[in-house]
Design a protein around this ligand. Sequence first.
Ligand code: MGD
Ligand code: MGD
Ligand code: SF4
Ligand code: MO
Length: 683
Amino acid sequence: MKRVSRTLVHMPEVATHCPYCALQCGMTLRETDGKVEVGARDFPTNRGGLCQKGWTSAELLDHPDRLTSPLIDGRAASWDEAYSLIIEKIVDIQRTHGKDAVAVFGGGGLTNEKAYALGKFARVALGTKHIDYNGRFCMSSAAAAGIRSFGLDRGLPFPMADLAEADTLLLVGGNVAETMPPFARYLTEQRERGGTQIVIDPRATLTARAATLHLQPTPGTDLALALGLLHIVIAEGLVDQSYVDDRTTGWESVRASVAAYWPARVERITGVSSADLELTARALARGKSIILTARGAEQHSKGVDTVTAFINLALALGLPGRRGSGYGCLTGQGNGQGGREHGQKADQLPGYRSIEDPAARAHVAKVWGVEPETLPGKGISAYELLDSLGDTVKALLVFGSNPVISAPNAVHIEKKLKELELLVVCDFVPSETASLAHVVLPVAQWAEEDGTMTNLEGRILRRRALREPPPGIGTDLAVMAELGARLSQGKSGVRFDSAPHAVFEELRRATAGGVADYAGVTWERVDAEDGVFWPCPAADRAGTPRLFESSFATPDGRARMIAVEHRPVAEEVDAEFPLYLTTGRVLSQYQSGAQTRRILNGSIFVEMHPDLGFDDGTLVRVISRRGSMEAPVRLSEHIRRDTVFAPFHFPGMGRANSLTGDALDPISRMPEFKVCAVRVEPA
Ligand SMILES: Nc1nc2c(c(=O)[nH]1)N[C@H]1C(S)=C(S)[C@@H](COP(=O)(O)OP(=O)(O)OC[C@H]3O[C@@H](n4cnc5c(=O)[nH]c(N)nc54)[C@H](O)[C@@H]3O)O[C@H]1N2
Ligand SMILES: Nc1nc2c(c(=O)[nH]1)N[C@H]1C(S)=C(S)[C@@H](COP(=O)(O)OP(=O)(O)OC[C@H]3O[C@@H](n4cnc5c(=O)[nH]c(N)nc54)[C@H](O)[C@@H]3O)O[C@H]1N2
Ligand code: SF4
Ligand SMILES: [Mo]
């Protein structure tokens, strides 16, 4: 059933993966009478399951909203006209304001090939330091913490099957029942084996209600909670001292740093009872345990330190590197993992290399056919980049993101996007961001392209084309290749391929010797082996499903324990804005909703506790210092009385990001999506 299709040929049926989240569920696509049908395929991550987003994903292929030709200021134009205009503007802007006046914004949904090509396009064709992507809004805190503690960031450092082997699973700020439904198969198996599940979430979500124990903290207090758990582990003599001595550094300072987080104090900060904290600490120390964090713990102005505190806890218990044990974070977007390895982040080069490391620059420059000195330095993070539009940055090219809906402080960011001299958006539907663009370029969807994706386990998978894109529609790679060729005229030795397989072969060379080493991965191997786990440095070497078994990726091979302190949220509640707003997802919608709002039903709501005094269904206005939104009330006993929740998938008056703020984590530059202060009024 699996086929390698290097050139786009018409296939009656292909084995591929869902276009949406990082679970990358296996699916088959079949075309009958011009209509594409989705089938569930048994793959290790989904075990034959799909969620409703996966089942309905093909409906966007022939959707009437699909973009069918380039648009210039909203009117149909030829590709040549669109390319000429883009080049003319870029050349003019760069001549007047310098190379860095043009910026690129990428996405974690792009294939590895596209993410790689985009990083190269920015640094070589545009010569700009300004490239960042929506993964900054997603994985950046866990990634930064993983690199700081383990020397390496791979979401799950073990295969998903290990989850079912854990005696205790602690899930911090994740609602997998809605965000990755087939994941629940592993949770069910773990429970059936007698395992304990503990969920930390200010809401009693479907996931939390299925757990053995639910801790319901005030939003933004997970850091204190983690420090409190370690305090109890130490006080009760549950530390795995020989593991700490043999495999870590920094223990003494971490131990001292949690001394002040005794249970009664942590109960005061978090609202979680001392008894539940003790139950949790003891459960984690009992046998094999896995601690997982997701966006609820990470999308905070202290996301990196929060993850670090949970990693310290895992290390003190001797978990990482042992089968059925460890720490992992749940990557979100389809290629959230690969998308952060190949150079679309402001400070990175392919292979998860640092753009500030002279050896990395020399290696990658050689593959790209340029001199290392010509590569720009590191740029600024996604929010800071969007915030600089119209000031230092005059042109922006967007591939695979819809920041009008998904960026924090969105009223302000929408205004900044409108200040651009040139906004180019590649998309397949007229997203809210595309609607603001001077030039829109229509591109192929997942079922119309080949490539690779790297899932939440670090497993490299094949995306396979079922059919050609409709007439008049290009591909992201072809856009980058054409613009790259036009911009690089006269630079000998520089190539921009539009064929995904050729790009992947170049990516292998560029990543060779890096942290995320794909040198030994071929499309043929990926087909034959149900995916290959990186690092995989040579074609005759196996991939690496389990990391850290004998050493960590630090210079001395030991994990670093780093002392961190709890701190308050960026915007505390007060008399004027007395409630916490937290934001997240619902099952039927994906991200900014640009794709799923066109296919699935779903409408905006604000979830709140009945004690707040509003009737179910009444229209309310939720107001923060930055903006407001309107939505009907959804009453729920499952949410804290001091907290309201809104999904972020909706536009216009339903846009939750009109409320969120611009506070960033000092290390990862992750925005504080998960908490800000609001008040609620009848609309
Ligand atoms: N249906 C659907 N599935 C998706 C996506 C989607 O848009 N829709 N997107 C994908 C992507 S990119 C991602 S990143 C993942 C995200 O997957 P998740 O992290 O599971 O999703 P969220 O809903 O953002 O947040 C999870 C939970 O965090 C809780 N939370 C809020 N504030 C706090 C806090 O301060 N502390 C704690 N402990 N919890 C808190 C929320 O109540 C929520 O239930 O989902 C992926 N899957
Ligand atoms: N308040 C709040 N805001 C959040 C979050 C939150 O929890 N709360 N979560 C954040 C997180 S974790 C994330 S990941 C972001 C996501 O936010 P966005 O980046 O806006 O996510 P998407 O809706 O996936 O945007 C993808 C856009 O690109 C298009 N697209 C999809 N695939 C491709 C492709 O291959 N090529 C091209 N050219 N276009 C493509 C889609 O049609 C869509 O318009 O939102 C963040 N914003
Ligand atoms: S869980 Fe994720 S990958 Fe699986 S079908 Fe749903 S959206 Fe697609
Ligand atoms: Mo995400």
